[in-house]
Design a protein around this ligand. Structure first.
Ligand code: NAD
Length: 445
């Protein structure tokens, strides 16, 4: 007969940013008791008050539900976390080091150092942050050395693949779960914690720590390469007089290639892809296999060129000089359905346009606060039409639905000149041209 059912493990989530807050809230909604831990008291106060500190569709409702159920709390107290948790998820940031391509692991190390002395009984620590291969193996020693429970505390790695804008869906119904483990016990614990997710159909890949860490950076490298691939084709199209939009469309019917992540335009940004491919290339160099992923430097370079080429196109439409040109910049977030502006192509372009002498007025449906804090010298508008008023050139930088759906006639009524650069291949050129606009997009004649 069945053994007595083990009590459901209690979960802590260390780091409550985009990833950690989402994970903590979703785990509580799935029925676990969850304690979120962060060092940022203002963030904790907001979360405890039922406010998600960033824009993520569907998450605010789930936060309120989880708090009301009594299953979710947030604290800065690591002693409380150590006493509370059976499974501790590590979700702190791993940004790019300043002055280097390497990942900055100081937050991962400080979270482990803060938690470990409070681990007095058997527990599983599960890394979710994106880290260079070999990090988990190294941290295992640190964890065991600092924890009173010693070897009873085990480290596993469960890389996270969620997309901002779809974070809830991706957490509850991920394409796959990857469990990097060193024992059957760790695998069993993870299967227990993810039981509701596995039951609804997500496949599980069980592997070692190193492979688990690599899956994440390999996936992001592939996605970045796919985007830069089509943007490299766009560069060729520009000089060959071909149309990359039609090229991408034709390629996408090949099921071996597929159409997703094959949209030409301004390229990728955000808090993950750029820093992850750089950290991967750096780590491969450390391991003596830099050659194997040297192409990632090219992927990065192609991606950066999109930004300066977009500025060139705006300059061209402005009559050859940006000096004194009035530019409406539509979008600031690194992608739609997010307020995240980390390494945002949109704001990079806006900054370069301003440096070229243009007066740049930015509007974004959700990222205004973040953009204003990071780029206080740009001008900001409260709506698309306000941004576009008297503009010499309108440039679409983030493909929010609100921008895609705007009527070219209505937009045309407020601008000084009907000239648009579609940095995201998101507008309908025929509709714009029919309304008397000069429409330009990289890689399209
Ligand atoms: P973030 O900056 O939004 O959040 C990190 C949080 O960690 C912050 O709230 C910070 O205050 C907190 N923190 C820092 N030091 C701490 C400590 N010692 N103890 C507790 N909390 C601490 O970052 P994010 O976007 O959530 O990313 C976190 C990790 O997840 C990164 O490795 C990232 O690459 C990875 N990841 C992110 C996404 C995404 O879409 N954002 C997707 C997959 C993987």
């Amino acid at each position: 007969s069945a053994a007595a059912p083990e009590a459901a493990p209690r979960i802590t989530v260390l780091g409550t940013g985009y990833l950690g807050a989402t994970h903590a809230i979703c785990m509580a909604v799935l029925g676990f008791e969850v304690l979120g831990v962060d060092v940022d008291q203002a963030k904790l106060d907001r979360l405890n008050a039922g406010q998600v500190p960033f824009f993520e569709p569907g998450l605010p409702e789930l936060l309120v539900k989880a708090l009301e159920s009594g299953k979710l709390r947030f604290t800065s107290d690591y002693a409380e976390a150590g006493a509370f948790g059976d499974v501790h998820f590590l979700c702190v940031g791993t940004p790019q080091q300043s002055g280097s391509n390497a990942a900055d692991l100081r937050y991962v190390e400080s979270a482990i150092t803060a938690l470990a002395p409070h681990l007095a009984r058997r527990a599983l620590v599960v890394g979710k942050s994106t880290v260079p291969v070999g990090t988990a193996a190294r941290l295992t020693g640190l964890l065991n050395a600092l924890a009173p429970a010693g070897e009873q505390v085990e480290l596993a790695w469960n890389p996270e693949f969620l997309r901002e804008g779809y974070a809830v869906e991706d957490t509850l119904r991920p394409d796959r779960l990857v469990f990097g483990v060193r024992s059957a016990w760790a695998e069993e614990r993870l299967r227990t914690v993810f039981e509701p997710v596995i039951e609804q159909g997500s496949p599980v890949v069980v592997t070692d720590l190193n492979t688990a860490e690599l899956v994440k950076v390999a996936a992001n490298s592939f996605l970045a390469t796919k985007i830069s691939y089509i943007n490299a084709m766009a560069e060729v199209c520009e000089v060959a007089g071909a149309d990359v939009h039609q090229l991408a469309d034709a390629l996408s019917y090949d099921t071996r290639i597929g159409g997703r992540f094959l949209r030409p335009g301004l390229g990728f940004g955000g808090g993950c892809l750029p820093k992850d491919i750089r950290a991967f290339a750096h780590r491969a160099e450390e391991l003596g296999v830099g050659q194997a992923v040297a192409f990632l430097h090219e992927v990065d370079a192609i991606n950066r060129r999109r930004r300066s080429r977009t500025v060139d196109l705006v300059r061209e439409l402005a009559g050859g000089s940006l000096e004194g040109a009035r530019i409406a910049a539509l979008g600031a977030a690194f992608k739609p359905n997010s307020d995240d502006i980390r390494d945002a192509p949109a704001l990079d372009v806006a900054r370069m346009l301003q440096e070229g002498g243009a007066a740049v007025r930015v509007y974004d449906p959700e990222a205004m606060g973040n953009a204003q804090r990071a780029y206080p010298s740009l001008e900001y508008a409260q709506s698309t039409l306000e941004a576009a008023r008297d503009a010499d050139v309108v440039v679409l930088l983030t493909e929010w639905t609100e921008f895609r759906e705007i009527d070219p006639e209505m937009l045309g009524a407020v601008v000084a000149q009907r000239k648009v650069v579609d940095g995201r291949h998101a507008l309908d050129p025929a509709a714009y041209r029919a309304a008397g606009w000069e429409y330009r997009a990289l890689g399209r004649p």
